[in-house]
Design a protein around this ligand. Structure first.
Ligand code: ATP
Ligand code: MG
Length: 417
């Protein structure tokens, strides 16, 4: 039996990869306008990086990490998300000494051992951004405006922005205690997962998909009603700046994020087009993270977009690979030689050209030209080689024009074909 790919890890094939390229290129463009630079970190990190940043009691660290020992018994983990590696790189390379504000973006594969289903895979791809060094609520709004602009740019508008504030180490512990007390009184209706985690990670219960948990927490204490005054002011400013920038949003006080490092502003971009995998992007502020990983005490904020979910949403609007501008069909060995050189010259000049490599009949070659949707075809036979001229056929209206083989490159350049 032939070897197949690992469950939950997918190939991206021609025909689909063009959509990926478009989404990636658009991110580079839009983020570039906002002054962001790309950062690339390794696929694997020391396991402790993720335990220390994401949090021991989160779904990711508890059950989703691809962790293994290398041959020297070091515990390594395939990155489940991008923020921790970027912070590690930021600290290690002392990026704050180059510029007090770092605006970084990344794109690439992430790994989580989850149950594969539509929109949820074990290797998936994220495009993410991080801003380190700014506490001002304007940056929260700018990052969200950039996310909004990106979605406009790629033509996905069926998404809505939900925001929340999770408070800070000053106000969250008090809220957390109240929530635990509330949950304790309803323990019997919570799902097994939440019964287990309501003390270690009570906020997660608010986010649980189980019907019992959702019903039991309808009137749970709300995190935004328990913010300390600096957090309250910060959240009010974020909303104000979003309004000033005309970015539509709703406040969802039940939205918690699955990673421990978030404080204050958190957000998700959700859609109703993908069933239960409804988040296409998510992020928030992580003000204590850099310091907790051994770096300077700098605030940060970022988001990650799930690329597979964007590709699913693009669906019918797929971008197709560019068609050849010319197919050179040949009759006889000499014509093949000439066509081979002509093709290379045209390609050097930036023209997309195809020809036959398999010694096929003229009929079969023309069938392939049609299948590839070549814009023009040129048939090279004995006669054409002798006269140095050939008929260039426009495949859309079947019109023909005589071109000189010696100036084929120029005619393509001139006519802008
Ligand atoms: P979900 O609630 O769907 O599990 P999450 O909160 O775990 O998402 P984040 O860690 O915030 O997700 O990652 C940001 C984005 O990455 C998500 O909004 C989603 O679009 C995408 N994403 C996360 N996990 C997966 C996965 N296993 N497969 C595909 N995309 C994913
Ligand atoms: Mg998840």
């Amino acid at each position: 039996m032939s070897v197949t790919a690992i469950k939950g890890m997918n190939d991206v094939l021609p025909g689909e990869v063009e959509t990926w390229q478009f989404l990636e290129k658009s991110a580079r463009e839009v983020f570039g306008f906002h002054g962001f630079s790309e950062i690339r970190t390794p696929i694997a990190e020391k396991t402790e990086l993720f335990c220390r940043s994401i949090g021991e009691t989160t779904d990711i660290v508890e059950k989703e990490m691809y962790t293994f020992s290398d041959k020297s018994e070091n515990s390594l983990t395939l990155r489940p998300e991008g923020t921790a590696p970027v912070m590690r790189a930021f600290i290690q390379n002392r990026l704050h000494t180059l510029d007090p504000v770092s605006k970084l973006y990344y794109m690439g594969p992430m790994f989580r051992y989850e149950r594969p289903q539509k929109g949820r895979y074990r290797q998936f791809h994220q495009i993410g951004v991080e801003v380190i060094g700014v506490e001002d609520a304007r940056i929260d709004a700018q990052v969200l405006a950039m996310l909004h602009q990106y979605f406009n740019h790629i033509g996905i508008t069926a998404v809505s922005l939900q925001i929340n504030s999770l408070g800070c180490p000053e106000c969250r512990p008090g809220y957390r205690q109240q929530l635990i007390a509330y949950l304790e009184s309803r323990l019997d209706v919570l799902c097994a997962d939440c019964q287990r985690r309501y003390q270690t990670n009570p906020l997660r219960v608010l986010d649980c998909k189980a019907k019992g948990c959702q019903e039991a927490t309808v009137d749970a204490p709300s995190v935004i009603e328990h913010l300390c005054s600096p957090c309250n002011d910060h959240f009010a400013q974020v909303k104000e700046y979003l309004q000033a920038l005309q970015i539509p949003f709703t406040v969802n006080s039940r939205m918690v994020r699955g990673l421990d490092y978030y404080v204050r502003t958190t957000f998700e971009l959700v859609t109703d087009q993908l069933g239960s995998q409804n988040a296409v992007a998510a992020g928030g502020r992580y003000d204590g993270l850099v310091e907790s990983l051994g770096g300077p005490a700098l605030p940060g904020i970022g988001f990650a977009i799930g690329l597979e979910r964007l590709v699913l949403m693009k669906g019918e609007q797929r971008i197709t690979p560019p068609e050849p501008q010319l197919f050179i069909a040949t009759i006889g060995a000499e014509a093949v030689e000439r066509a081979f050189v002509l093709m290379s010259q045209l390609q050097l000049a930036g023209v997309r050209v195809e020809m036959d490599y398999l010694g096929k009949s003229l009929k079969a070659q023309m069938r392939r030209a049609n299948k590839l949707k070549a814009a023009f075809t040129l048939v090279l036979g004995e006669e054409e080689l002798e006269s140095g001229e050939a008929q260039l056929k426009n495949m859309s209206d079947s019109s023909q024009s005589l071109v000189s083989l010696g100036s084929l490159v120029e005619s393509f350049a001139e006519k802008n074909l």
